[in-house]
Design a protein around this ligand. Structure first.
Ligand code: AMP
Length: 371
């Protein structure tokens, strides 16, 4: 492991560079951690994964693994002492766990960024505070808030739990005001955000990297299609007007700066039929909608992520090819024999032993000449 220099006053806000040879701690053991560990290995780093599941896609390709609950403080302490920097591929970590890690080792992105992205209410206020548009929304804390919130937002609307929602989980459509109270109860009566359903022309995302030195490198704006709330395909570049694509890039840059981010930020957006761009959601980590960058860009999102969290200069995010990335969800993965035989198809399998409906098992990227 690289020599460990802990600056006086702790590691908080540290600007320490972790050179190749060092160990990157990754919290979370899914496919994002796995592809990060593969990119890290290519640059001479070791990865140590922390996650509760003994059989996880990341530890199969990592140098070390800690299998423990996300709130196991002694295990977190031992993990933090064994690595040079900590990052996340899973952001729903309890607050006290962040504190344990941060006392011992630089955490990038910083925990406050993760906290904002864990909470749709905080996230929305960050976005609108930057003068950036979202769908009209209101916060619902109790059943009494439901009716006035819905009157402000209008129908159809989507009710989303403020915390712990992903891939459409913790969400309910509200088509008429009469459905709202029941939807709130169905989501457990917890704090929610209700937002107007956007009749969008398409969904896009921008993944932006920000380095320790403040350098910013956005990938091209890409277009995302979802099936049953799960990303199905990403097309790069997005087939939208140049002005909307530029606006999406500017939004991602502004949010990365506002968060004082070190790492990657994925910004998911709706493009309205009149070309306006509305922010839907943020994720401060590698993102499914940037898997196409592995083959199609000069620097992949995973290498860029490693560069950012280790304090290295960012790589060139330029697109070398146009690309379509297709997720292999559940039994889609059974088509692997045809995909592996298809000339030019880049197949990625995540090493998950059990195929379940809705589970991301792999993806395939097809490249096309750059437009
Ligand atoms: P989310 O978990 O917020 O990313 O939502 C998952 C997916 O649900 C989005 O990618 C959209 O396809 C859809 N969705 C979420 N919110 C809205 C909305 N306000 N209007 C229209 N579609 C939405």
């Amino acid at each position: 492991m690289a020599e460990r220099i802990v600056p006086a006053g702790g590691t908080k806000g540290s600007t320490r560079i972790v050179p190749p040879g060092g160990t990157i701690g990754i919290v979370g053991g899914g496919q994002l951690g796995r592809m990060t560990a593969l990119a890290a290995a290519r640059l001479g780093y070791r990865c140590h994964v922390f996650c509760p599941e003994p059989a996880n896609p990341t530890s199969l390709v990592a140098a070390a693994a800690t299998v423990a609950a996300y709130d196991d403080q002694p295990a977190l302490e031992a993990f933090a002492s064994a690595v040079d920097v900590v990052t996340f591929e899973f952001e729903n970590l309890p607050r006290p766990s962040f504190d344990v890690l941060e006392r011992l080792v630089p955490v990038r992105p910083r925990p406050a960024v993760l906290e904002t992205s864990q909470d749709r209410e905080q996230e929305k206020f960050l976005v609108v505070g930057q003068g950036i548009a979202t769908a009209p929304f209101a916060v619902v804390r109790t059943a009494d808030d439901v009716e006035p919130a819905l009157a402000r937002v209008g129908v159809p609307a989507v009710l989303k739990t403020a915390r712990l929602g992903y891939d459409g989980k913790g969400q309910a459509m509200v088509r008429t005001p009469g459905e709202a109270l029941e939807a709130f109860a169905r989501l457990g009566g917890v704090r929610c955000v209700v937002e107007r359903f956007v009749d969008f022309a398409c969904e896009v995302s921008v993944i932006v990297a920000r380095g320790l030195d403040g350098a910013i490198a956005p990938y091209d704006t890409v277009e995302n299609r979802h099936k049953h709330h799960i990303l199905a395909t990403t097309t790069a570049p997005a087939r939208i007007g140049a002005a909307s694509a530029r606006e999406a890039q500017a939004i991602a840059r502004r949010l990365a700066e506002a968060l004082d981010l070190v790492g990657l930020l994925a910004v998911e957006m709706f493009v309205a039929r009149d070309g306006r761009v509305l922010v839907n959601e943020l994720a401060p980590r590698p993102h499914n909608s940037a898997h196409w960058t592995i083959e199609a860009c000069v620097t992949s999102q995973f290498e860029q992520f490693v560069r950012a969290v280790c304090g290295l200069p960012l790589g060139d995010p330029s697109r070398r090819f146009d690309a379509v990335m297709t997720n292999l969800i559940g039994h889609d993965v059974d088509a692997w024999p045809a995909l592996i035989a298809e000339p030019g198809a880049h197949l990625h399998l995540y090493g998950k032993t059990e195929t379940r409906p809705g589970r991301k098992m792999g993806h395939v990227t097809r490249l096309y000449p750059r437009t």
